[in-house]
Design a protein around this ligand. Structure first.
Ligand SMILES: [Zn+2]
Ligand SMILES: [Zn+2]
Length: 436
């Protein structure tokens, strides 16, 4: 039997011997399986020793020495043979026996975090992994399990029992990374995501935190020693209360597109997902959070419809960049414009494809491309002789300010090019994002 051959060459613990035959037998752990194999070998050799004599006794000695089995040792003593010498498993070097102290470590680390589900990841030293591979090749092990999977199964089972939490493979709250050989435990705390919609009720608020470009956040005269170009950001107004609530370490804000700093975001609001990294708490009272955010934002922004989301929602945002949007802009012309001219704008821009080269003002952070964006509808309303309001429902990604000014011919057609005037956007509001 191949197990005898293994034990003849190397000292192997019950766990490691059983693992080589993991797919054989059922309802028995690797440790029990290894023990059973050693027992079987002992009984068999013991029997043979009566009629085969010395040869069988040698093999029995091997099982006793390399198997570290108590029973084999006892049988051997019947023949007045010495007990086993100093012993260490060739494959795991005793790591399976030390696993309990690693578990204690993991439990202590986990006590700092609230979580419902976890997954165990095992890191093995390279030489250990290589030795196991060579061993398997040498003995043609085909019904075995990998050492990694045995460790993660054993540790997972014990952590389940101790912490009363569940193992989850797809979206665990925590990944427990264990190196059983160094008795080292690292926790990877997965972020939490809260999604909803926000309205921006005043101008002059950036969507994400805008670090002062002059001082790089250190504080200077330009930024009035705040380190920020704009004092308020949607990201911070929404994110900081949540960060505090769950005792997290970092915020990442994902909006379904963004409006300019000087544009409001009205209507039913813009969808967003807020990601909090390394949260100590995971249970969130959404109603209370909504209340706190809106109260602290003091009329600058407002959130609605908060829900607990996941990474998938962020991905959907990226995919839905070109989702339909509705804007309202106030335009000032450098001369009087007639009603007919305003109707002309509506007619040309409605159901039109706009060719837009990346605006000069964003060239420093976007590559220089020409995009085609569709306008579903454009409606105008006169405000005075040289001012009008324009409502535009279009594909996301169309730069509205440039649609008005023409951006030196980079956007075509534009309000300015249609009337051959200088047109300036005075105010811009986003009225709706998406179809709802
Ligand atoms: Zn072992
Ligand atoms: Zn500064």
């Amino acid at each position: 039997m191949v197990a005898l051959q293994m034990l003849t060459e190397h000292p192997i613990c019950d766990n490691c011997l059983g693992r080589q035959f993991a797919l054989l037998g059922h309802g028995i752990g690797n440790k029990g399986r290894g023990k059973a194999i050693k027992l079987l070998l002992t009984l068999e050799r013991h029997l043979h020793s009566y009629d085969l004599g010395e040869g069988a006794l040698d093999l029995l000695k091997n099982v006793a020495t390399n198997g570290s089995s108590e029973m084999t040792g006892n049988v051997l003593r019947l023949f007045n043979e010495p007990a086993k010498a100093e012993w260490r498993c060739f494959l795991c070097e005793g790591a399976f026996e030390r696993i309990d102290s690693t578990i204690v470590n993991a439990v202590r680390e986990l006590e700092n975090y609230e979580f419902a589900t976890f997954l165990v990841g095992v890191e093995l030293p390279l030489d250990i992994a290589e030795r196991e591979d060579e061993f398997k090749a040498r003995f043609h092990v085909t019904h075995g399990e990998s050492m990694k999977s045995q460790f993660s199964r054993n540790i997972g089972k014990q952590l389940c029992q101790t912490t009363k939490k569940e193992v989850e493979y797809l979206k665990p709250d925590v990944v427990v990374l264990v190196n059983p050989f160094l008795n080292r435990v690292r926790l990877q705390i997965n972020p939490i995501y809260v999604a909803g919609r926000y309205k921006k009720l005043v101008r002059g608020i950036s969507q994400s935190r805008w670090i002062c470009g002059k001082c790089n956040g250190k504080g200077c005269e330009v930024c009035n020693w705040t380190g920020k170009t704009y004092q308020d950001s949607v990201e911070e107004l929404i994110g900081l209360p949540l960060l505090k609530m769950v005792q997290g370490e970092e915020i990442a804000f994902h909006g379904a597109g963004r409006e300019d700093v000087d544009a409001r975001m009205l209507g039913s609001g813009r969808p967003f997902v807020l990601e909090i990294k390394q949260p100590k708490k995971r249970s969130i009272e959404l109603r209370r959070l909504e209340h706190i955010i809106n109260k602290q934002a003091d009329g600058k922004i407002e959130v609605l419809g908060l829900y607990v989301a996941d990474k998938e929602v962020v991905r959907q945002f990226k995919r839905a960049e070109s989702t339909e949007k509705t804007y309202n802009a106030v335009i000032e012309f450098d001369r009087e414009v007639s009603d007919e001219e305003l109707r002309n704008i509506e007619e040309i821009l409605s159901e039109a494809t706009i060719r837009q080269q990346t605006p000069i003002r964003v060239l420093h952070r976007r590559s220089n491309l020409t995009r085609e964006k569709y306008i579903y509808a454009a409606n105008t309303k006169r405000l005075s002789q040289n001012r009008a309001e324009i409502k535009i429902r279009c594909q996301g990604g169309l730069y509205i300010k440039e649609l008005i000014t023409g951006d030196d011919g980079r956007t075509n057609p534009s309000v300015a090019s249609i009337l051959e005037v200088k047109a300036t956007p005075l105010q811009l509001d986003v009225m709706n994002v998406g179809g709802s």
